[in-house]
Design a protein around this ligand. Structure first.
Ligand code: GLU
Length: 500
């Protein structure tokens, strides 16, 4: 076993990479970076029937967007090339043959019709068929048939699969880093197919062989693979290899916490469960992506890191560097993690505020002159969740109000505030330096002279300007509207407000 940590993310290109897969990649990456190890990206594409064009490129783009960069593997290269399993096809056969030689695996010639018939017979007797130590003796395989029969079948090119000979009796034990000891009796495991009749290895064989060859020290993957782990341990034993350490990550649960998160929940809730937008190559259907919805990469990373892990402190905002520093497998929870989209939005709001206003203005308000765009960004930044909301905010801000907040009018519109608005209309033309501070000072002075407290009229003034009882900083808003427009808005309001 090498001294330094070697971990891998091993997705199958069967569709868009789920956000849970991105979390798996992130945890692997964090551990490697933390311990000065190597993070490997391997593509597990041995299931040709489930291969989806574009899915591999999607995986690479998603990881690149988030800065989860592999040190070795697809797109990078490394000492164990190729890293795409379909390109390693011939190698797996030699390993399967090795198990046949050592008596740990066997040829099975049963046709799918024969196996279906078996299943039906078992079902009619109220039980489920398993290809295992009990049934294998009555089936068409190299354990049940004579050597001559087997040689003949092989010589005739009869299609076969290679199955693992799972011991009839025995207990498999391993200590998962997150779940602690896992015990499984071999009788609950069937004689899994290792090589398919098309000459392709199954996931189990390819995965174990590659993890061994690539000297993987820690297998960190989703909980859905926990049931496969005992079989993998058996395979390591069959080959006489030391297994890596295992860490099975907690499930991602629906936002309410009841049950596994599904794409359907996401569709119903209107939130994404994929890192990037995905267009199904067959149906053309579009699935939302975090990126296109306006989530920033740093917010997405922070949100994902907290889905199942916590630093054990109150700190919530972690840059990628901070995460590397703080991460440990020991602080990952066993219990499923609620996919709380509100929390993702909160992270986005926090990181958005840290973004450079110039950059945001240039990207999201490209048609607005730079200085003004930047001022808009400052005005709206703590009122938005996603940067693309800026444009709409500016649009709403620029339009004249059609309606005025009735409840503010009912409580604040009276002879005194009417007089105050009239004073403001008269005073503003006197303000020659149209900046928030100066505007405020001018208004203040004129109201003081009339003995009216500024606080009494400000909300009404806001309603006169924007129609709304609440909004961004009023003085800066006035500056941005410009003197003419402010006066026009005020005059319109005085016209439209009920007569007193
Ligand atoms: N190819 C498997 C997947 O799609 C890999 C599981 C594992 O990490 O062992 O997730």
């Amino acid at each position: 076993m090498p001294h330094s940590v070697r971990v891998r993310f091993a997705p199958s290109p069967t569709g868009p990479l789920h956000i849970g897969g991105v979390r798996t990649a992130l945890y692997n990456f964090l551990l490697a970076r933390k311990l000065g190890g190597t993070f490997i990206l391997r593509i597990e594409d041995t299931d040709q029937a489930r291969f989806v064009p574009g899915a591999e490129a999607y995986i690479l783009e998603s990881l690149a967007w988030l800065g989860i960069s592999p040190d070795e593997g697809i797109g990078v290269g490394g000492p164990f090339e190729p890293y795409r399993q379909s390109e390693r096809k011939t190698m797996y056969k030699a390993y399967a043959d090795e198990l046949i030689q050592s008596g740990k695996a066997y040829y099975a010639f049963d046709t799918s019709e024969e196996l279906d018939a078996m299943r039906t017979t078992f079902e009619s007797q109220g039980s489920a068929f398993q290809y295992n130590a009990v049934t294998r003796v009555k089936l068409r395989n190299s354990l049940a048939l004579s050597k001559e029969e087997v040689d003949q079948l092989l010589a005739n090119d009869t299609p076969y699969v290679i199955r693992l000979k799972v011991p009839a009796k025995g207990e498999i034990r391993f200590q998962d880093i997150i779940r602690d000891w896992v015990h499984v009796h071999t009788s609950s495991i069937d004689d899994k197919v290792l090589m398919k009749s098309d000459g392709m290895p199954t996931y189990h064989l390819a995965n174990v062989v590659d993890d061994h060859i690539m000297q993987i020290t820690h297998v960190i993957r989703g909980e859905e693979w926990l049931p496969s782990a005992p079989l993998h341990i058996l395979l390591y034993q069959a080959f006489g290899w030391n297994p890596p350490h295992f860490a099975h990550l907690p499930l991602l649960l629906k936002p309410e916490g009841n049950g596994k998160l599904s794409k359907r929940d996401a569709d119903l809730g209107g939130f994404p469960v994929f890192p990037l937008e995905w267009k199904d190559p067959q149906t053309g259907a579009i699935s939302k992506g975090f990126k296109q919805e306006g989530y920033l990469p740093e917010a997405t990373l922070n949100f994902l890191a907290f889905l199942g892990w916590n630093p054990g402190t109150e700190q919530e905002l972690f840059s990628l560097e901070d995460l590397i520093e703080a991460f440990s497998l020991e602080r990952i929870n066993k219990a499923g993690a609620k996919f709380d989209v509100k929390k993702a939005q909160w992270f986005n709001e926090q990181y958005l505020k840290q973004h450079d206003a110039k950059e945001l203005a240039a990207t999201y308000l490209p048609s607005i002159e730079m200085e003004k765009g930047e001022a808009y960004v400052h005005l709206f930044l703590d009122r938005i969740t996603f940067p693309q909301q800026l444009e709409q905010m500016v649009q709403e801000f620029s339009g004249f109000p059609e309606n005025y907040d009735e409840s503010v009018l009912a409580s604040k519109w009276n002879a005194e505030t009417k007089q105050a608005l009239e004073i403001i209309v008269a005073s503003l033309p006197l303000c020659h330096d149209w900046h928030a501070d100066q505007i405020k000072q001018t208004i203040q002075e004129c109201l003081d002279q009339a003995g009216i407290k500024m606080g009494k009229v400000m909300q009404l003034f806001r309603v006169a300007m924007s129609g709304k009882g609440a909004g961004p900083d009023l003085m800066i808003s006035l500056e941005l509207w410009g003197k003419d427009q402010v006066l026009a808005r005020l005059n319109k309001a005085l016209e439209k407000f009920p007569t007193i």
